[in-house]
Write a protein that binds this ligand. Structure first.
Ligand code: ADP
Length: 376
């Protein structure tokens, strides 16, 4: 069955066509076409709007025999715990979640509307970044704030990057020959956005992002965890408007805020040159990772594996080594040669906790989930 995966951002449409998303362990999914249409709606952009962009996709790729379209949707709130075949009710529900994801859900809705119109015969499936984390127990998603306020305004932890964490945890179990049903894996998705997840038996039991993708790890431009009083202080004492504080924490925080660059490669170069700001940024980033790993080891009662993925996780031997240093008493070690060499398993032979590097593939996972949703 052919499956088209669409990832619609505010000004871009990413697409990938899978000839056969079903795959055996270790074999890569088969992609027959992919592309990116950028600067939608901008002067000189590649398309006037999402409808024009999707029209382009359909003219470029051979969609004969298409079995489903899988749409990446960032926020599924508390409503969606799995990939869901889209009908009018599902669209209304995703619209209702726009206040929780004002930047992310509207472009996905445009993509869904256009694809339903252009491909009325093909089932459309929404695959949510939040869905995987719906398995987290109430004590893991509840903030200790006024319970009535929280219920009224849907304030709780949702978590994101779910498709990536699910995919990478499963791949880790395959790589290590562990039954997924009782494997305990800590997955570290370190891209521009970054999050940690504790996975037990293929289910998310904890994750570092919360109501929004701002909390948890230090990211390219996002602060990750801070004391909320920072916001009141910047508002009351520094006189900054709330919008400016939000912009600062989301676009001007993280590595960007600490060292003026969001790219880990630049941070590493400048750290090697001995620059103090880049060195501190790197250290804050890695320490936060270690704190989350420790916390998830405690929650899981030990782990079979810790897996790094996404741009930084897959490529930065420095971050992998620094973030897990000093943990040998917990059975966690990184073999320097394997780490530098880019091996898939970078812990020494016989290590109690395997440390792995597994490339993520969110689109392949979306295709796989879309296929399952239309087949059931
Ligand atoms: P996104 O979250 O946008 O999908 P990626 O997963 O592609 O991002 O990760 C992007 C980040 O990966 C870049 O900002 C960069 O910091 C980091 N990165 C890519 N290659 C390397 C590398 N060789 N060493 C260290 N960091 C890298």
């Amino acid at each position: 069955m052919k499956i088209l995966v669409l990832n619609c951002g505010s000004s871009s449409v990413k697409y990938r066509l899978f000839a056969s998303p079903g795959r055996a362990a270790g074999s890569p999914p088969e992609t027959s076409a992919k592309g990116l249409i950028e600067r939608i709606g901008e002067p000189g952009g590649e398309a006037a709007d999402h409808a024009a962009a999707l029209q382009q996709v359909m003219e470029t790729v051979d969609l004969s025999g298409l079995g489903a379209v899988g749409h990446r949707v960032v926020h599924g709130g508390s409503l969606f715990s799995a990939a869901t075949v889209i009908d009018d009710k599902v669209v209304t529900a995703i619209e209702g979640l726009v206040p929780l994801a004002p930047l992310h859900n509207p472009p996905a809705l445009s993509g869904i509307a256009v694809a339903r119109k252009l491909l009325p015969e093909v089932p459309q499936v929404a695959v949510f970044d939040t869905a995987f984390h719906q398995s987290i127990a109430p004590d893991g998603v509840t903030y200790a704030i006024d319970a009535d306020l929280a219920a009224r305004w849907q304030v709780r932890r949702y978590g994101f990057h779910g498709t990536s964490h699910a995919y990478v945890a499963r791949r880790t179990a395959e790589l290590l020959g562990l039954p997924l049903d009782d494997a305990k894996v800590i997955t570290l998705h370190l891209g521009n956005g970054a999050s940690a997840c504790a996975v037990h038996g293929g289910r998310s039991v904890a994750t570092s992002m919360g109501l929004s993708p701002l909390s948890g790890l230090v990211m390219g431009t996002r602060s990750g965890d801070i004391d909320p009083t920072v916001i009141f202080h910047l508002h009351r004492v520094a006189g900054l408007p709330i919008e400016e504080i939000e912009r600062s924490l989301t676009r001007g925080g993280g590595l960007q805020g600490l060292a003026g660059a969001n790219d880990m490669r630049e941070i590493q170069r400048r750290r090697t040159d001995g620059e103090p700001a880049a060195t501190l940024a790197f250290d804050v980033y890695c320490r936060r990772l270690r704190e989350y790993v420790g916390s998830y080891l405690a929650l899981l009662g030990g782990a079979d594996a810790i897996t790094f993925t996404a741009g930084v996780g897959e490529n930065s031997a420095e971050v992998r080594a620094a973030s897990l240093s000093g943990l040998s008493a917990l059975g966690i070690e990184v073999d320097p040669a394997r780490n530098e060499h880019g091996d898939r398993i970078i812990s020494p032979d016989g290590a109690r906790v395997k440390v792995c590097v597994v490339p993520t593939d969110e689109e392949a996972e979306i295709a796989e989930q879309a296929r399952k949703a239309v087949e059931t």
